[in-house]
Design a protein around this ligand. Structure first.
Ligand SMILES: C=CC1=C(C)c2cc3[nH]c(cc4nc(cc5[nH]c(cc1n2)c(C)c5CCC(=O)O)C(CCC(=O)O)=C4C)c(C)c3C=C
Ligand SMILES: [Fe+2]
Ligand SMILES: [Fe+2]
Length: 331
């Protein structure tokens, strides 16, 4: 009996996360992640001894504790949210396209791997694949790492499916309006702070000077969001979080901004992290917990974290629109 061939399948991609909040699993996750030259592009002769001799000896215990502090009953927040996004996207595609579209999850690092996600699509008869990395702003350290991993997986396949990879969506109207709605919903609940901080994950400045458009994308997203919310220039600020290593990263740094604002008389902030499609360690620990402590210690009085778009209906509707855009001619 021949299987029916779906019009196409969707691979929903995010960065990945440890299987458990233990030192062992955090170590193996960090090892895979930080060994990717797309993430850390230093000469391996210099980087490997630093990674294996220093970072992987000390960082996993510290970071495992941080994961422990934000872990949910059913797993790592990034994984739990990604699974919800997968289920909702598949339901909304079925409803809007009137046919079953296989949607699978693949993580660039850790489980389920991108290869496992592609295999699951293949086993459902998928012959055309849309890869949807959940990174609104393109960076070589994220999106190009996905394209590398997909190409590496296909090396062992006899028949490689037609594959379209969504590169970015930093200025998509539905993305901007979903962000704006989440801010407005937050203001309705908690009132509006003096300033809205838009904190993006940082990358090394050198990646940008060598051609990575990430900073430009972050600037455009934040301008569009400020515009959608009707904010003037004094009411919002862009900053970059999660600095790692000794090199210069994009500025201004979120932690420095949080320490400086109360000194400049800004006592209340709302903070949103538009580069993350799902809440994760970097938002729930670094921003929601760490950032708050930092701001209040520096003299701030009110600090509110705005959750990521996660599986909000209008966010998943954005994913539907991206899938429709990528599947033109395939339905
Ligand atoms: C070492 C360099 C790093 C670059 C460059 C980088 C870019 C980058 N990362 C994300 C999204 C996420 N990063 C997350 C965690 C994380 N990131 C780095 C380092 C770099 N990221 C590390 C070492 C870690 C692990 C935690 C730690 O040890 O501090 C996560 C969270 C994963 C989770 O399990 O919750 C996400 C998501 C983006 C979008 C990005 C470039 C734009
Ligand atoms: Fe990161
Ligand atoms: Fe971090």
């Amino acid at each position: 009996m021949s299987k029916t061939t779906p019009a196409f399948g969707v691979l929903l991609v995010n960065l990945g996360t440890p299987d458990t909040a233990t030192k062992k699993d955090v170590r193996s996750f960090l090892k895979q992640f930080l060994s990717d030259p797309r993430v850390v592009d230093l000469n391996p002769l210099i980087w490997k001894p630093v990674l294996n001799g220093v970072i992987l000896n000390f960082r996993p215990a510290k970071v495992a504790e941080l994961y422990e502090s934000i872990w949910w009953d059913d797993g790592s927040p990034l994984m739990v949210v990604s699974q919800r996004q997968r289920v909702k996207l598949s339901q909304m595609l079925q409803k809007q396209l009137g046919q079953a579209i296989p949607v699978e999850l693949g993580m660039t690092y850790g489980n389920p791997s991108l290869g496992a996600g592609l295999e699951r699509l293949k086993s459902q008869g998928v012959e055309k694949v849309i890869v949807l990395p959940l990174y609104p702003q393109y960076s070589c350290s994220t999106v190009a790492a996905v394209t590398d991993a997909i190409a590496a997986e296909y090396k062992s396949w006899r028949e490689v499916p037609e594959t379209r990879i969504n590169k970015e969506y930093y200025n998509h109207p539905q993305y901007i309006s979903s962000l704006a709605s989440s801010v407005r919903a937050h203001w309705d609940k908690f009132g509006q702070a003096d300033k809205l901080l838009m904190s993006f994950h940082g990358i090394p400045l050198r990646y940008v000077t060598e051609g990575d458009p990430y900073q430009d994308h972050c600037e455009q997203t934040s301008q569009l969001l400020a515009q959608a919310l009707g904010l003037n220039e004094t009411q919002w600020q862009l900053c970059y979080q999660s600095i790692f290593g000794k090199e210069e990263w994009l500025t201004p740094q979120t932690d420095k901004v949080l320490k400086a604002l109360p000194v400049d008389g800004v006592k209340s902030v709302d903070i949103i992290s538009p580069a993350f499609a799902a809440d994760c360690l970097e938002t729930l620990e670094e921003l929601s917990i760490g950032g708050k402590e930092m701001f209040l210690e520096a003299g701030g009085e009110r600090y509110e974290f705005i959750p990521c778009l996660n599986d909000n209906d209008d966010h998943v509707e954005l994913l539907v629109q991206l899938v429709k855009q990528q599947s033109l001619g395939w339905q």
